[in-house]
Design a protein around this ligand. Structure first.
Ligand SMILES: [Zn+2]
Length: 309
């Protein structure tokens, strides 16, 4: 091995990355060139090699990374979580499908690993559990939505007092959906404000709203919880700010029955008070910015004044 400055562009025999002209390299005729930092990897006994092609969604591995082993290999007795000791990649120019690239050409990423300790795999396990909980919550929400579609009420001119949108996935094109709550009810709203939509079906703003009675508030609590668990909604005060903004945007506070501007003022103050207790997640200034020109001039003044306190 000779340490020298690279005269040609090439590929590192250890890490597989590019060697640029002028890089410091170790070179030997029979081994080739490698970055001077890239010392040859010595594989420990019992190491587990894994690889995945770019065409199968593979990404480069990195040393110290914790990865989930292939379930079929786990079934054969290999550990579930692996710690990457050494990573490499090789480029396949032709016939990539025969070499596991998953495409005509591309990279195959490989890693030499060992079993991860419980401590090492804890963050990834937590992430996977969260993901499983998210999926379960989304399924549970879909079931409640199905119940509302099948058995829910579709009142033509509902009293929308206290109706609060808690998740708004309606689009600027008039489609999408939203979840809303109201004392005694849970609502599911289908956006129906598009150009080709039949607006005469709309019973809640520019949406078709269906509701299920919720006399004891348990369904409301369940939906609130599921939206957070499904990762669709932030918690606490941030969510309240967004819900208020959405209520304003869709005009629920325009009607005298809903309490009008005074009720809105009360809620804005409550939210601002809550915001002050938040650490750095949101500031009252951010609320002003988020609401922007949807706020009448005098509300802007009130918000700005209150957020300065
Ligand atoms: Zn290298």
């Amino acid at each position: 091995m000779t340490r020298m400055s690279a005269r040609y562009r090439g590929e590192c025999a250890v890490c597989g990355n590019v060697i640029k002209v002028g890089d410091d390299i170790d070179y030997a005729r029979n081994i080739g060139a490698r970055h001077w930092m890239c010392q040859p990897f010595i594989e420990p006994e019992g190491a587990i090699w894994i690889s995945i092609g770019e065409g199968y969604g593979g990404q480069p591995f990195s040393v110290g990374q914790i990865v989930h082993n292939d379930p079929r290999r786990v079934e054969k007795g290999e550990p579930l979580y692996l710690y990457v000791l050494h990573a490499k990649k090789s480029y396949v120019r032709d016939d990539g499908f025969s070499f596991g690239v998953g495409d005509e050409s591309g990279y195959v990423y490989s890693a030499c690993t060992r079993a991860a300790t419980d401590e090492e795999s804890a963050p990834l396990r937590a992430e996977e559990q969260d993901e499983a909980a998210r999926i379960a919550a989304r399924l549970a929400l879909a079931q409640i939505e199905r119940r509302i579609r099948d058995d829910g009420e579709y009142p033509l001119a509902p009293d929308t007092t206290g109706l609060t949108v808690i998740l708004d996935k309606r689009t600027i094109y008039g489609g999408g959906y939203a979840w809303a709550t109201q004392p005694g009810y849970v609502w599911h709203l289908d956006g129906n404000g598009g150009d080709g939509d039949n607006w005469s079906s709309n019973n809640v703003g520019s949406s078709i709203g269906r509701r299920l009675p919720d006399p004891d508030g348990s369904l409301t609590a369940t939906v609130q919880r599921l939206l957070v668990e499904a990762g669709l909604k932030a918690t606490d005060d941030v969510a309240r700010v967004v819900a208020l903004r959405n209520s304003l945007r869709y005009g629920f506070y325009d009607t005298p029955a809903s309490g009008g501007a005074e009720e809105f003022a009360r809620q804005v103050r409550a939210v601002l008070a809550a915001l002050k207790t938040l650490s750095k997640r949101a500031s009252a200034e951010a609320v002003v910015e988020a609401w922007g020109d949807r706020l009448p001039d005098n509300w802007m003044t009130i918000l700005t004044a209150e957020s300065a306190n």
